[in-house]
Design a protein around this ligand. Structure first.
Ligand code: PHE
Length: 450
């Protein structure tokens, strides 16, 4: 299975299969783990509102652009952007758009698998009765050796699914697991709202309070929107390349992003009642779900089972995302080398595992740097490039042709956003992010966002 000639690669069996796989990619640890702690660290409801604004103005237009680019060129992200640029009579160097996105996606996978491994270990603890024992939540996650093993197990599962290909692997897993995910999510949320501190959680998430907004809030919300909707990371271009010409990209994009946002909000409604019930600080950071929740499960009736189920839910969410993260790079290697898909999947999975393993041994690296690099730098940069590409490099008529099912209104909104809204806004947000990271936020303070 050497280089895949254009037009001959696999396609989704149906629009429904594509939607489930894309929602599966979007809904992940970003919703269940990252969204709650980001909300907690960035002042609650104000962050939620800015986040929703970012999804509408930035993530949806970029998502539409990516799926359209992929479907038009029918290749991996790097080859698709190169091909489309050439078709438009522009430099092949525009493949840089695909390169930045592919690098961002691959980098996310490296530490994503570490966190997903932790989720698996916690799920096992729950089902085996660990949450009711003192310190039992981490009974399988004690030392770095254990962390590496779980990280390896998660990566191996990811590789095995991707190696089986689009229909036999990714599609099958998504169509089976996503319905299970939604049922468990709803069940757990009802339980949490009924038994936790629902009133405080709802007030925290939905009463607008802009006093805590800084430049960083925007950086965080934008990075989170891109991360959660799976844009700017090569995945949606790749998934778009498996799409048939008769699918409505506009409405599919709106559906994917809405489903993802709903799940994030519902996850907030599942997690914060419990956080407030035990009086935990919502700004506890990355460890929020790993410390707050087990503490509660310890005292709850059937807490072990509920806790095991919660982390199993997070595992389902994670696996349908990690396969997309690996697929983005595998599609490129498969296209450009003599490696078969399984070989490409194994090699890239191993490589990602090694970088993730490095992160296990250096908390600052894992927690801060890789997350910052992907969430606050590569994803915004990738999104900026995709928008410039779709708004300025590719002629409007070509984008319109690929988005032919979209209404004039939606297409107009899309094109205005990728042309005039996303590039300057993300440019500023990127600058504020770099300023906050390397310059102590001096510029942000100057413009009143200190
Ligand atoms: N969207 C996924 C999540 O929320 C993560 C992801 C990011 C997947 C980028 C693919 C691409 O967990």
């Amino acid at each position: 299975m050497a280089a895949t000639p254009v037009g001959q690669h696999a396609h989704w069996s149906s629009r429904f299969a594509f939607i489930l796989a894309a929602v599966g990619s979007a809904v992940g640890l970003g919703n269940l783990w990252r969204f709650p702690f980001m909300t907690g660290q960035n002042g609650g409801s104000a962050f939620v509102l800015i986040y929703i604004g970012c999804v509408i103005l930035f993530a949806i237009p970029v998502l539409m652009a990516e799926i359209a680019i992929g479907r038009h060129a029918q290749q991996s992200a790097i080859s698709s952007t190169r091909k489309m640029a050439q078709e438009a009579g522009k430099s092949a160097k525009w493949a840089i758009v695909g390169w930045v996105c592919t690098a961002g996606g691959f980098l996310i996978l490296t530490t994503y698998s570490v966190i997903a491994g932790m989720v698996m270990a916690y799920s096992a603890s729950g089902f085996l009765g660990g949450f009711s024992e003192p310190g039992g939540a981490t009974m399988f996650y004690g030392d770095n050796g254990a962390k590496l093993i779980w990280h390896a197990v998660f990566m191996i599962i990811t590789v095995m699914i991707v190696a089986r290909g689009l229909k036999g692997g990714i599609e099958q897993v998504a169509t089976f697991l996503m319905p299970v995910f939604f049922i468990v999510l709803i069940g757990l949320t009802i339980y949490s709202l009924a038994s936790g501190n629902a009133a405080e959680a709802i007030a925290y998430l939905f009463t607008p309070d802009f006093s805590a907004v800084t430049g960083n809030t925007f950086v965080a919300a934008l990075g989170q929107a891109f991360f959660s909707v799976s844009v700017a990371s090569a995945i949606m271009i790749t998934y778009g390349s498996y799409l048939s010409k008769d699918t409505n990209i506009g409405s599919s994009s709106v559906l994917i992003a809405s489903a993802d946002t709903m799940v994030a909000l519902v996850a907030g409604l599942m997690i914060f009642p419990i956080v407030f019930m035990v009086g935990m600080d919502p700004a506890a950071g990355m460890g929020l779900i790993f410390t707050a929740l087990p503490a509660v499960f310890a005292d709850m009736p059937a807490g072990n089972i509920i806790g095991g189920a919660f982390f199993a839910l997070a595992f389902i969410a994670a696996i349908t995302s990690s396969i997309s993260l690996l697929e983005g790079t595998v599609a490129f290697i498969e296209e450009h080398s003599d490696f078969s898909r399984p070989t490409a999947a194994v090699l890239l999975g191993f490589f990602a595992f090694m970088i993730g393993a490095g992160a296990v041994y250096s908390d600052a690296f894992a927690g801060e740097f890789v997350d910052w690099m992907s969430g606050s730098f590569l994803l915004p940069l990738g999104g900026l490039l995709v928008a410039v590409f779709a708004g300025w490099v590719i002629p409007k008529s070509l984008m319109r042709q690929e988005l032919s099912h979209a209404s004039n209104g939606l297409f107009g909104f899309f094109h205005f956003c990728v042309k005039f809204v996303v590039p300057p806004a993300i440019g500023i947000i990127l600058l504020l992010g770099l300023d906050a990271k390397f310059n102590g936020g001096a510029i942000g303070a100057m413009v009143g966002l200190g």
